[in-house]
Every structure is written in C-alpha cells, then in structure tokens.
Design a protein around this ligand. Structure first.
Ligand code: SAM
Ligand code: SF4
Length: 465
C-alpha cells in the first residue's frame, strides 16, 4: 500500500472529532466507561487511546465494569486461553446487563480481526452492541454514534493497514508513557497470529515520534516505552529507510530521563543498535530478546531465521557492550513435534544465558497459521510437565542472577506503594527489575536513588541514598 493511503487523513480525524462532539450532545449517551484489556503493551496503549476518545465523548472512568454505562473489552488472540477468558467475561456481563438494561457493551481488538470472528459475534453474541477490529479503532466516535442512534448491533471489521495520528490518549500513568513507533508485523513466525490480525509492518515518521517524545518530556514524563512487534525492523518503507538505532539515538537526545523499548527480534538486532545503547545517556540497560526455543530444528520450523548460536552471539555482544545488562525473554514449550532432547536444548540455553526474567508459554495452535497444520501435537500432560520444569529452572537461576545487584546503586521510578508494607514503595530499576524501598505516597512518580541490600521473592530490597 502507498504510504499516503496508509496514514489516516487529517480531515478524517477531524470528522471523528466532530462525531465525538455529537455523541457528547446525545441525551441518552453513556455517562461512564470501563475498559477491560487483555494481552500485550500494544493493547494496553490502544486502551489508553480508547479511553481518551471516550473522555472526549464526555464519559468519565468507572472503577468497576458492572457500574459503567459503557463497557469495552479490548481483546487478544495470541493464545487460545486469552480468547476464551475474554469471551467468558463478555458473557458474564450479559447477566449484569439484565439489572442495568441501558448498559452498552463493545468488543474490539485483535480477536475481532480474526477470520470468522465477526460472524460469531453477529450470530452467537447478539447482546454485544458494538464490535470493531484494530484497523478501525480511530472510528470509535462514529461507530458509537451510529450504535446509540440505531439501537442495532454494529460489527465493523476492515483489513486496511492504517496509521492514525493524534488520537487523544488517557494515560494509565502520569510519570511513564507508551510510544508506538510501528504497527503490524511481517515476520510470520509459523505459530503466530499477530501478522494476520495486526496487518503489515508500518512505521511512524521519525519526526512525528520525536515531537511526541519532546512533548512527553516537557509535560514531566520520566520514562517512555517504545512499542512495536519488532522494533529492530523500524523504518521499512519510510523515506531514507531510517534504522531503529538512528531513531533511538535521536530520542536519547530529547533529554527524557529513561527510554525502554520492546520487542526485539534477534535476527534484526544490529551491532549499530548495541553501539547506540552502549553510548546512550538515557537508554536503559535492559533488553527483551525472545528466543522461543533453544533448538535449531524447532527454530527453523518456527520460521525464526536465526540459530541458537547466532542468538547466543547477540547475547554475548550485548553483555560485552553493556556490562550488567538486564536480559529477559519469551519461550514457547511443546511446539509441534518437540522431542524431549529438543526441549532439553531450551533448558540448556536458559541455563547458559541466565535471564533476569522469562515469559514461558505452552504452544497454542492458532487457526490460519502455518504451525496449525503441523501434526504431532504434544500431549497436555507432557507440556505441563515441561513448562513446570522450565519455570522451576528459571526461578532458581533468577535468585542467583539478581544477586549481582546486591551492594550496587540503582535508580528506581516509583510506581506505587509496596503490596507488602504501607511504609514502602516499589518500582522498576534501570535494569527492569522490581525494587522495594522505604517510602510513602509522595514518592510515587519520582526517581529515587538507592543501594540494593537484599533480595526477597525475586524483588530487590533497597535503601535510600
Ligand atoms: N513480536 C514479539 C516477538 O516476536 O517476540 C511478541 C509477540 S507475541 C504477542 C508475545 C509472545 O507470545 C511471543 O514472543 C511468543 O512467545 C508467544 N506466542 C505467540 N504465539 C503463540 C502461540 N501460538 N502459542 C504460544 N505462545 C505464543
Ligand atoms: Fe508474532 Fe513473530 Fe511477529 Fe513476534 S515477530 S509478532 S512472534 S510473527
């Protein structure tokens, strides 16, 4: 698609802003909203935009979904259980609405973009008032206006790959912000549904991203998380093909105190990027590098385009350039045909790398992906035994890796009061590890310097300096 066609025109965004004002004037419009979010940071950020649009329509947030006039489920379909959970919760709300007949229910996000799902909503979930996919989220004001006026079920799915700039955002945190730098994915890992529901890879203009980050810095935001399914391939299709390393270097110059990013695909992790990180001022020493499997044959069947050896080489380069860097990963257990020996290769890799944290998943077949057609599904009892072993290994290694922080200084951005004590606060250190330190509510949103004195349940304990 031509880049000009991809970016939603200003006139269309203004038209949507007019619909938002029209909804605000409707006498029977919902007064309050609640957004339920499933899945990744991308979805969390989409929910912030949905909340921003709903507030433009005059609604105020409601803490509990059962009290809200408008409830919207922003769904995920990466694994079957995420999908099942979302549909179960949507059905539960049908019962709540019997006591609150004016409640408006909407379902949006990746799951709606799945082939066949729109028909399922139309036929089996007739009580859902509005459903829409990821590519027409910016049209929420118009869609809601139509729904409220017609009283009919409104299901909208488009397959266009768009970039919608300047949507209002209601951030979950005042001190930290998500910044999407690219949408979609072109990698087609054989197990993954994301390229089918989020569309082709498309990057935002570097100048637009830079302006957004400068504005965030000026408004007092202390940390940004740059988002993309594969941030390392940022820039494809943009004039001059700017790289992610170049973008990161420019953003480092804005003076925003802390910069994180995710996710990185090992095949595209360049030496340039490692160099920019090593010389950066405010780029945090932390890297999320999903490995998925430690076995070359499985990696090939997953269509990951790197070998175990190449992955380990990237890890070594990162550690040499940024000593003490915090590493985390994603791992899939029981990909079709995975033998015990192949699983052992993953265990050995985890043992070798020693991550600060790992997200572990049992393979979940997704209709339409290449792996869904692969035979040799691993029996459930084998999968749960394997994932149990992997989690136990990671937990025991983590206790050791985190000890390297004891005696060191860390800077934490305080997220909230500690769950265990009302005399302590907690937040993430520069290496993305949680730290608890003495403090009170006034510290929330502040960067605190502390010295790490101990470790309890994979949380570091600090002392203020
Ligand atoms: N783009 C990112 C990447 O490549 O790492 C993350 C995409 S996905 C939302 C997050 C993680 O979910 C993946 O890294 C993978 O480990 C896991 N995942 C994706 N599809 C899966 C499936 N079908 N079954 C189990 N886990 C899956
Ligand atoms: Fe899915 Fe692979 Fe794209 Fe990540 S890189 S979103 S795992 S297809």
């Amino acid at each position: 698609m031509d880049r000009g066609e991809m970016i939603v025109p200003k006139e269309e965004m203004e038209r949507q802003a007019r619909f938002a004002r029209e909804v605000r004037l409707l006498p029977h419009r919902p007064q309050s909203y609640h957004v339920v979010t499933y899945g990744c940071q991308m979805n969390a950020h989409d929910s912030e935009k949905i909340a921003g649009m709903l507030e433009e329509m005059g609604m105020v947030p409601s803490a509990r979904r059962e009290d809200a006039d408008f409830v919207i489920f922003n769904t995920c379909c990466v694994r079957e259980n995420a999908e099942r959970r979302a549909l179960g919760n949507v059905t539960w709300l049908k019962e709540v609405r019997k006591q609150k007949p004016d409640m408006v229910i909407a379902v949006c996000g990746c799951m709606i973009q799945e082939p066949g799902m729109a028909e399922i909503i139309l036929r089996q979930y007739r009580f859902v008032d509005l459903a829409f996919g990821t590519s027409n989220m910016h049209k929420l004001p118009e869609m809601l206006y139509e729904t409220l006026n017609s009283g009919k079920q409104n299901v909208n799915v488009e397959d266009r790959d768009v970039i919608a700039e300047d949507l209002p955002v209601r951030r979950l945190r005042q001190d930290a912000a998500y910044v999407t730098i690219m949408y979609g994915c072109d990698n087609f890992c054989s197990y993954c549904i994301v390229p089918y529901v989020r569309g082709r890879e498309r990057s935002r203009e570097p100048d637009t991203i830079l302006r957004e980050v400068e504005n965030l810095a000026a408004s007092g935001v202390k940390e940004i998380m740059l988002l993309g399914q594969n941030v390392n391939s940022y820039g494809k299709g943009l004039p001059g093909n700017p790289s992610f390393a170049e973008l990161l270097k420019r953003l480092d110059g804005t003076g925003i105190p802390r910069i994180r990013f995710m996710t990185s695909h090992p095949k595209d992790l360049s030496d340039d990027l490692i160099g920019v990180m090593a010389q950066g001022k405010n780029i945090l020493p932390q890297f999320h590098l999903p490995v998925q499997s430690g076995n070359n044959e499985i990696l090939k069947k997953m269509n990951r385009h790197y070998t175990r050896e190449q992955y380990l080489d990237r890890v070594e380069k990162l550690r040499a350039a940024i000593p003490g860097i915090g590493l985390s990963t994603d791992i899939i257990v029981s990909f079709p045909g995975e033998t015990e020996a192949q699983f052992e290769d993953t265990m050995n890799l985890v043992n070798e790398v020693r991550y600060d944290s790992a997200f572990t998943f049992v393979y979940s077949p997704r209709t339409g992906t290449k792996a869904a057609a692969m035979k040799e599904l691993i029996p459930e009892e084998v999968s749960s035994e394997r994932i149990g072993r992997l989690i136990a290994l990671q937990e025991s290694l983590q206790k050791e890796t985190l000890k390297r922080f004891i005696g060191q200084e860390e800077e934490i951005l305080v997220e909230g009061m500690s769950k265990r004590s009302n005399l302590a606060v907690s937040g993430k250190g520069r290496h993305a590890v949680s730290v608890t330190v003495e403090g009170d509510e006034q510290d929330i949103g502040q960067i605190l310097k502390c010295r790490i004195t101990g470790l309890k349940n994979n949380t570091l304990i600090g002392e203020r300096i």
